[in-house]
Design a protein around this ligand. Structure first.
Ligand code: PRP
Ligand code: URA
Length: 219
């Protein structure tokens, strides 16, 4: 796995979430013998922590409240409009955890699959909330491999008006981050791990295999 210094040396930009709980849970997920139900539960739990990281600069204001002891001006979210966008299918595995943390967020879906021969993303579904231009948009997908899917989803969302976006994933490949940085330099990437490389089939090495299949037990 790459460190922040490795990312710097390669000239690529992503926030690495190195919290020990994230790293421990990710190791459990990677194990090939892990059941789909445990895989889903772990992804949901890691998504809580990734959600805290990607929202750490949300603006706060204060409100006057009374504790049992005295009055105070206490911090509350300013109430910025927010939407999670899940890249189907595997993004839905992260969406559940994100919504646990911010239940009031709107949700959109971009359906994409990766053509196994060309590795290009093919769109089959698109449904997002209104007023995309006013919202903070957090795009979720566990895997950033070639980045074709993420680049295509973010381009589509920009066409739909989105201006302020962040991309959150579980595992990324250096090649994917580089391609994503080049295509969308304005969209920060948050990831729990940057693995070594892609293999000849565009899979992340060592990775965790096909995230969608592991979440939904389809293989
Ligand atoms: C996986 C994953 C990403 C994509 C990453 O989806 O969830 O969307 O591959 O690969 P890329 O960076 O090379 O585009 P997949 O196409 O397997 O579809 P699924 O989620 O429906 O299984
Ligand atoms: N999609 C996945 O689910 N896993 C990979 O390693 C690459 C793309």
């Amino acid at each position: 796995m790459l460190t922040e210094q490795d990312l710097k040396d390669k000239g690529i930009s992503a926030t690495l979430v190195r919290h020990p709980l994230v790293q421990h849970k990710l190791t459990l997920m990677r194990r090939k013998e892990q059941s789909s139900s445990a895989f889903r539960a772990l992804l949901r739990e890691i998504s809580w922590l990734l959600c805290f990281e990607v929202t750490k600069d949300l603006p706060l204001t204060t409100t006057s409240i009374e504790t049992p002891v005295q009055e105070m001006d206490a911090p509350v979210l300013e109430g910025r409009k927010l939407a999670f966008i899940s890249i189907l299918r595997a993004g839905n595995g992260m969406l559940d955890g994100m919504l646990d943390v911010i239940p009031s967020a709107r949700v959109g879906h971009v359906g994409l699959y990766r053509d196994p021969d060309t590795l290009q993303a093919v769109e089959y579904y698109y449904k997002v909330p209104s007023n995309m231009e006013d919202r903070l948009i957090i795009v979720v997908d566990p895997m950033l491999a070639t980045a074709n899917s993420a680049i295509s989803a973010v381009s589509r969302l920009k066409e739909g008006g989105a201006k302020d976006m962040r991309f959150v994933c579980l595992i990324s490949a250096p090649e994917g981050i580089k391609a994503f940085n080049e295509a969308h330099p304005d969209v920060p990437v948050v990831t729990a791990a940057v693995d070594e490389k892609l293999n000849d089939h565009g899979y992340i090495v060592p990775g965790l295999g096909d995230a969608g299949d592991r979440i939904f037990g389809t293989k």
